[in-house]
Design a protein around this ligand. Sequence first.
Ligand SMILES: [Zn+2]
Length: 312
Amino acid sequence: MSSQVRAGLSRRSFLTGAVALSASGTVAMPRRSLAAAEFAFGAGQIRVFSDGHLTLPMGFVLPEQSAEEIAALLEPNGLATDVLTPDCNVTLMRSGDRLVLFDVGAGPNFQPTAGALAGALDDAGIDTADITDVVFTHGHPDHLWGVLDDFGDPLFPEATYRVPQAEWDYWLADETLSQTPDDRKNLVVGAQTRFETISDQVVMIRPGQEVLPGVEAVDTAGHTPGHMSYAIHDGSESLMIIGDAIPNSIISFQKPGWPYGPDQDQDMAIETRKRLLDRLATDGSRVIGNHFPHPAKGRVERATEGYRLVTG
Ligand SMILES: [Zn+2]
């Protein structure tokens, strides 16, 4: 069996689960406050919210690696070898009169362990109508689907939605749905539904653009065709919202060259990941990774093998 077929089968079981969940209607969400990370940044403030976590079969995550290679990397780090359960994090930036979210989590219809953002914002006393801007890294479910509430209405009615142009073009292109394997079509339909619902409030982003004051769009395509990370500068401080360009704080740091199943273009994603890790280890910027262990912030350092995330 080719690795592509194996990955497809694993992906099928992952996505079938997602479909079953959306068909089952309301899913219980953890409502306790999951917000734990708040820090001053320049003249503003950053707070990282947990959206819960995902459950991903290891055969989907690491389709090319042997069981021995996977065990050798994950067991010493205290991680299971059959399933990966990455945290999901959403960053809120308060800057001047703006309240900016970077991605919006999975919402109620993806996986039962994710979609906690709306409850966490509520617990923190933040009215979703006060969000002025939503800046997207990419159009995957765990980053985009939370833009709609339980009733399919926009959760952030007053926001300007800032979307990478290449990401928008990819998900909404006529041929994307027909060229996507059946077991992944729900990702395309899900992205199209959400992008179309918010289309009147969308502003496009291009690589290198200053999206908002002090927020620069950094092209990190590979995970998806238009994937974008965001470098935020305020005075002498810098922070990178990575998105899924460096998806895992163990695997991607120690083995950046391993193909990662969720990446759509694996060769480009590896190249992008290596370039970004090198940049971040060199410039010492703070980082927030959407799937790093909550609260997901730290700095990148070079290690004997690859890199390591120094948290804090
Ligand atoms: Zn993700």
